[in-house]
Write a protein of this length. Sequence first.
Length: 129
Amino acid sequence: MLIHAVLHTIGFGSWKSDPDPAKHQVILLMTGGKFPFMGVSRNMGEFYDGFGYASSVALLLIATLLWFTSGELTSNTSLARKIVMILAFALFFWGLDELIYFFPFAVTITWLSCLCCFLSLPGLRKLSA
């Protein structure tokens, strides 16, 4: 998940500099006019930036939660198992979102992380027994 967070942030950070003329037209439209929304004035590019940065923060949060949880496997196995199970399901649905709206590389990284979480659950069950 850390790799996904880093690659997402690097890839997302350059979306406005795409050389493709068709994409550049869309970028100009997205970063052009602003419209009022809940007390602020924003354009679609700013919304897209906000969602991208929020996704980077969420990916870093998931990576950090998995890292910290791995250090607590023996001291609080029950809580670790619950956290890993919740993250496994969240990663499954995150990957489904990527499958529908993004591209296969992102799906692969997310679903590999999801699979690792699900595969760790039997071992966590044994630790708590």
